[in-house]
Structures are given as C-alpha cells and as structure tokens.
Design a protein around this ligand. Structure first.
Ligand code: NAP
Length: 346
C-alpha cells in the first residue's frame, strides 16, 4: 500500500480585494498521528462558506484569522480512521472542524454544538447535510428567522442571497410558518429555482432592472422581516419598504467581504420612523438551540417540506477556485468540496 500523505491547502498571502489562486498553496504533508483523546479523520466533505474570506484577513473579528502558512479553516464531515477516544470508533462518521485538508485530528469536546466532533447517523440523513441544511447554515436560518425575527403567519419575509445555503432555508422556514416568502438573488435562473423548486412566493433579481419597483410589486403588503445576507445597496433598497415594527436579522454582508474601503452606510431614516429592530447575530452564540433545530429541520427535510441543493466540486485542488467562485455567486445551493469517497453514497 502506498504511504498516505495529507494534501493541505494553506493560506499563502492575505488577499487585498478578491482572493486569487496565488493566495493559496497546495502541499502534501505527513498524515498526523492521534494522541490520547484524539481522532484521526479522513475528510470526505468540506464546507465552503463566505465567512472564510474574513478569516483570510488579519483584522479584529469574532474569530481568529488563519495564520499565514496555516491550513485554511472549515467545517468538515469525515470518517474516523483511528480513534484514541472511548466515545468514537474507526468507521464512525463525524462532523468536525478539520479545515482544507485530506486528513485531520479532532479532539472530542473541543468544539461545541454544530462544530463537532459530533457523530452522524447516515441512516437519518445524507452525511453531507450536516454541513448544509442540517448544519451551520440551516441553523443560522432557523435561529435568525424563528428566534430573532419571530415571523407571524401572514407576514411578508424577504431574504437576500435567496438561492444560497442560508437563504434557501430561510424562505422555506418562512413558508412553514405561514408567511409570504420573497427572495432576492442575482441571476434569473436562481430566482426561478427558489420559486419553482423551493416554493417561495416570488423572487426578484438585484442585478436586472429596478429592484425597488420589483420588490414593491412582490411585497404588496410591505416587508415585515428582512433577513439580510448581503448588506450594501440591497439593504438600502429594502429599508424603503419596511412596515412599522419590522425586524431585520443582520446575518451577513457579503457585498463587502472583498471591499478594500468601507462603502457609505444605508439611510436609517426608515428604521427610525418605522421603529425597526436591526439585530446582528452569530450562529455560534446559539448552540443551545441545536436540539430544537435538528428535531424540527430533520423532520421537515424527511417530510420533503425543507428542500436543499448541494453544489459539489471534486477534490482539494478545486478548492481555491471554488471558494473564489462562491464569493462571485457561482454556486447554486450549499457549496461543498468532495475531498474523498463517501462510502454511504455507494
Ligand atoms: N451570522 C452568522 O452566524 C452566519 C452564519 C452563516 C452564514 N452567514 C452569512 O450568510 C450569508 C449567506 O451565506 P451562505 O453560506 O448561505 O452563502 P451562499 O448564499 O450559499 O453564497 C453566497 C451568495 O451570496 C451572493 N452574493 C455574492 N456577492 C454578492 C453581492 N455583492 N451582493 C449580493 N449578493 C451577493 C451570491 O448569490 P447571487 O448570485 O444571488 O448574488 C452567492 O451565491 C453570508 O453573508 C454569510 O457570511 C452568517
């Protein structure tokens, strides 16, 4: 048997503006050996998420940046190859935070809640969903919409990046609550997808035509909840249509992740006169909601009421390009890298 090597994607330089392939370096390293209490995990699925762009900067944030020369960070699903922890066995499938590499060590109890290591049951749901609809992005949608915005039946919920991992779940969770769900996305094909495949009531493009007029048409009763994934001009436009006491969970500002200068802020006049609540949140502050999220969303996925789509690219070597594409909106649904074979899909 040939000696196993650990292919890793390292952060080589900190990007200014859009990341480039040359900001990453792909190397082969020795496979690490697990110590007491550790698991050696073969990465099967790697999640690519917009927050990783922030980890490439050396700036103050809620999480530490990736060190130059360090392995890029990321949520992973894999198979335990060797266990030195009594709670796990070789052959178990686990959710971990292993980063952009083919093998990694995980220490049980090191990461709370949805960041593992958490044992996965392949009979309950495809293991890759632990990185998407039944993982961090799905839980972000669940907590941000149900706990922070608390939509009532009959209200209108608008969500941006509507065809992505978080946004696609937000609109469907709004429908499950009896709300009108309106998406905002870039290409028309994404708008068609969320209406025809995911059951949103409407979806408008922020790229073509007059977003204000299109949103006004799609939301005849105004907007009660705006789940903001993008910030910038889209937020500015939505704020012109909010109803009194609207709620705005501020989930992400992807329109400025590659920005080199801060854009001018939105006009907050409508926030004042409509007594709007804008609340920023980070899903990792809400791990206590993991059991409720898994129970509700697991059931809705099994019942076909919460649909999901995965956008899969093969192999670690595709990662830098796939990640750059995610920030440009090339993905439809949850962006995943298949790092190695998934034996549960044979
Ligand atoms: N607060 C938290 O705890 C938390 C947790 C998870 C995710 N998030 C945030 O939630 C947002 C969505 O994450 P995700 O994982 O679901 O990603 P995603 O929606 O699957 O992918 C990102 C999408 O953002 C859109 N986009 C890119 N640049 C844009 C721009 N300049 N203006 C408007 N839209 C743009 C693109 O869709 P189009 O082609 O439609 O433009 C792209 O497909 C991100 O901002 C992320 O940082 C926050």
């Amino acid at each position: 048997m040939p000696a196993m090597t650990n292919r890793c994607v390292l952060l080589k330089s900190r990007p200014v503006g859009e990341p480039r392939p040359s900001d990453f370096e792909i190397v082969d390293a020795p496979v690490p050996r697990p110590g007491d209490g550790e698991l050696l995990v073969r990465t099967i699925w790697l999640s690519l998420d917009p927050y990783m762009r922030g980890r490439m900067n050396d700036a103050k944030s809620y999480a530490t940046p990736v060190a130059l020369g360090g392995v890029m960070t990321g949520g992973t699903v894999g198979e335990v190859i060797e266990s030195r922890h009594p709670g796990f066995r070789a052959g178990d499938f686990v959710l971990t935070y292993g980063g952009w590499q083919a093998f990694h060590l995980a220490r049980a109890g090191a990461q709370p809640g949805p960041f593992g290591p958490l044992k996965l049951d392949p009979a309950a749901a495809p293991i890759s969903t632990a990185l998407g609809v039944l993982g961090m992005p799905g839980m972000t949608a669940y907590v941000g919409l149900y706990d922070l915005a608390q939509p009532k039946a009959g209200e209108t919920v608008v969500v941006s990046a509507a065809a992505g991992a978080v946004g696609s779940a937000v609109g469907q969770l709004a429908k499950i609550r009896g709300c009108r769900a309106v998406g905002i996305a870039g290409p028309q094909a994404k708008c068609d997808h969320v209406v025809k495949e995911l059951g949103f009531d409407a979806c408008v493009s922020y790229r073509t035509g007059d977003l204000f007029a299109a949103l006004k048409d799609a939301c005849p009763g105004g907007i009660d909840v705006y789940f903001d994934n993008v910030g910038g001009d889209v937020l500015k436009t939505v704020l012109r249509l909010v109803n009194p006491f609207a709620r705005v969970p501020l989930c992400g500002i992807i329109s400025q992740y590659n920005a080199t200068e801060l854009p001018p802020g939105p006009n907050l006049g409508p926030v004042l006169v409509n007594r709007v609540t804008i609340r920023g949140f980070i899903v990792s502050d809400h791990v206590d909601r993991l059991p409720a999220f898994l129970a509700d969303c697991g059931r809705w996925v099994r019942e076909g009421r919460l649909k999901y789509r995965e956008d899969v690219v093969p192999g670690l070597d595709s990662e830098p390009g796939a990640f750059i594409g995610l920030l440009q909106g090339k993905n439809l649904g949850k962006m995943l890298v298949q790092v190695s074979e998934d034996p549960t899909r044979r």
